[in-house]
Write a protein that binds this ligand. Structure first.
Ligand code: ATP
Ligand code: MG
Length: 208
C-alpha cells in the first residue's frame, strides 16, 4: 500500500505500510532546471542533512518523526508517519485560546532547537503537524543546521515572522506575539540578543 500524501516543491511524501505499521517515505525529486551533478549533490545533501537533523532535534526534546532508514542513492528517508493535520490548515478553525496554546508551543520548540544551537531553516506553519492528542510535531529539516550563531537564530525567527505575515495575515500579530512569548519564556535571558538580531534583520530587509 502506497498513498501520496503531499507533493511539495522539492519532494514527494508517500504513506506506506510495512511491518503492519504506517511510515512516511520522503523522496526528493530532481529539479529539471539544474545540471545533473548539482541536482544530485543538492538532493544528497538535503537528504542526509534532514536525516541527521531530525534525530538531533529529537534528542533536544522536539517532537519529530523517528528515522528508520536513509538512502542517498535514491534520495529517500523512511520515517514515522505522524497522523494529523498541518497546523497551517487548522489555524483558521481554532478557538482563540487553542491557537494561542499552539503558538506558545511552536515558540517553545524553536527555543529548544536554538538552545541546542540548531536552527530549523524553514519554520513555516506547513512544517508543523498537530496530532489527535494536540501534540505539535516539527518536520522538514532539509535546511536545518547545527552550530548555529545568533545571526542564524535571528534569521530563523525572521522566517517565522515572514511565514506568519504571508500565510496568516489576519492573525499574524497575535500569532507572532504568542510564538515569541513561548520562545522567550523558555529561553529567558538568552532570547534577548536573538530577538534584537531579528529586529535588525527586519530593518535590513526594509531598506535594501
Ligand atoms: N512524517 C510525516 N508524517 C505525516 N505527514 C508528513 C510527514 N512528513 C511530511 N508530512 C506532510 O507532508 C508535507 C510535506 O513534507 P515536507 O515539508 O517534509 O516536504 P517539502 O515541503 O516538500 O520539503 P522540502 O522543503 O524539504 O522539499 C508536510 O507539510 C506534512 O503535511
Ligand atoms: Mg515543507
Amino acid at each position: 500500500m502506497k498513498e501520496l500524501i503531499a507533493q511539495g516543491a522539492e519532494s514527494v511524501i508517500l504513506k506506506i505500510k510495512r511491518w503492519n505499521q504506517y511510515f512516511v517515505l520522503k523522496w526528493r525529486q530532481s529539479k529539471p532546471y539544474l545540471s545533473k551533478d548539482i541536482d544530485s549533490q543538492l538532493r544528497k545533501t538535503r537528504t542526509s542533512r534532514e536525516c541527521k537533523m531530525l534525530s538531533v532535534a529529537r534528542s533536544l526534546g522536539v517532537p519529530t518523526p523517528a528515522v528508520y532508514a536513509v538512502n542517498l542513492d535514491d534520495y529517500t528517508i523512511l520515517m514515522d508517519y505522524i497522523e494529523g493535520v498541518q497546523f497551517k490548515q487548522l489555524v483558521n478553525t481554532l478557538p482563540e485560546n487553542q491557537l494561542k496554546e499552539f503558538c506558545l508551543e511552536f515558540g517553545r520548540s524553536i527555543a529548544l532547537l536554538h538552545k541546542g544551537d540548531v536552527v530549523h531553516g524553514d519554520p513555516t506553519t506547513s512544517n508543523l503537524i498537530v496530532d489527535s492528542k494536540s501534540r505539535l510535531w516539527l518536520v522538514d529539516f532539509g535546511l536545518s543546521e547545527m552550530n548555529a550563531t545568533v545571526e542564524m537564530k535571528g534569521v530563523d525567527l525572521h522566517l517565522i515572522y515572514r511565514a506568519l505575515e504571508t500565510t496568516h495575515w489576519e492573525l499574524q500579530e497575535s500569532m507572532l506575539e504568542d510564538t515569541i512569548k513561548g520562545y522567550s519564556d523558555f529561553l529567558g535571558k538568552e532570547a534577548k540578543d536573538i530577538l534584537s538580531r531579528m529586529e535588525e534583520i527586519r530593518e535590513r530587509g526594509r531598506y535594501h
